[in-house]
Design a protein around this ligand. Structure first.
Ligand SMILES: C[S@@+](CC[C@H](N)C(=O)[O-])C[C@H]1O[C@@H](n2cnc3c(N)ncnc32)[C@H](O)[C@@H]1O
Length: 257
């Protein structure tokens, strides 16, 4: 067969032929990527860079809770920013609260499961309360959480989701202290009906519209242990293997101090 092919192309085909085995990223034959070296700097958490690749979830929250995020990234962020009071308004299995308990940092944690609607302007904690808000919202309808129409994952349309998500970000912005930080962990979403939905882009757009600005680099969190990684699909697509942690801060005018 190959002798009938132009030798130039035959050589290329041979080279490509062994690539799939080397590039296989299944757990039983994991590929290792060489990460860039981080510059030495004054950070109290030097391994915290824009690439978050810890495969260890840590003993926080419950791994069996849908959408559980592992606690080590939260722990590193809290060690970096050293906040006084933390808020997790979509706490799920309590991962952030467990991290705070270990670090001896005060934390308030609510969820729609405890009757708290983070997308409702009334009932959110008062303005200027928190030093750090950790938010890990639903990636729209990727996973369904509460049997409650106020649950973000139950939003019937993307517009509805974005309206409520935008209100949540505005609520968070006003609940921050002047120098406070809002960290949002979000991933893009796609399905046949909606197509590809760039939720990371929408998060930034809504945060800027709420008067926040980005504080530092995005943190690309490698999705180790993602349930979809173990599935087999007939269709062809480029798998997304990360989500993004964005850190915003309040823009405080000089007159506000
Ligand atoms: C991605 S999960 C968070 C998981 C959590 N980080 C953990 O490690 O267990 C998103 C959470 O948002 C909650 N949620 C959805 N809509 C909400 C709303 N309107 N107000 C408060 N919580 C909401 C869900 O119940 C779910 O627990």
């Amino acid at each position: 067969m190959q002798s009938a092919i132009n030798p130039f192309y035959a050589a290329r085909i041979q080279r490509v032929a062994y690539l799939p085995a080397r590039m296989d990223t299944r757990e039983d034959s994991a590929a290792y990527a060489r990460l860039p070296r981080a510059p030495i700097n004054g950070s109290p958490v030097p391994h915290l860079t824009s690439l978050y690749h810890s495969a260890e979830a840590g003993d926080y929250g419950s791994r069996s809770y849908p959408g559980n995020c592992g606690g080590n990234l939260i722990k590193d962020l809290i060690r970096f920013f050293q906040p006084g009071l933390v808020f997790d308004p979509m706490s799920g299995s309590g991962t952030c609260a467990d991290v705070c308990r270990e670090l001896g940092v005060g934390c308030v944690a609510f969820d729609i499961h405890t009757g708290f609607d983070a997308c409702e302007p009334n009932g959110f904690p008062p303005a200027g309360t928190f030093d750090f808000i950790w938010a890990h919202p639903a990636y729209w309808r990727m996973k369904l959480y509460a049997d409650d129409p106020r649950d973000l994952s139950r939003s019937p349309t993307l517009d509805h989701f974005l309206r409520r998500y935008g209100q949540f970000i505005r609520n968070s912005a006003q609940a921050l202290k002047p120098d406070g930080k809002l960290a949002i962990l979000m991933g893009d979403y796609s399905d046949r009906e909606a197509g590809y939905v760039p939720l990371v882009y929408h998060t930034k757009r809504l945060a800027f519209a709420a008067g926040l600005r980005q504080h530092c680099t995005d943190i690309i969190r490698f999705s180790h242990g993602n349930s979809s990684s173990k599935k087999v699909y007939r269709s062809s697509f480029i798998p997304g293997l990360h989500d993004v942690c964005m850190i915003f801060e309040k823009v405080v005018s000089r007159s506000e101090g």
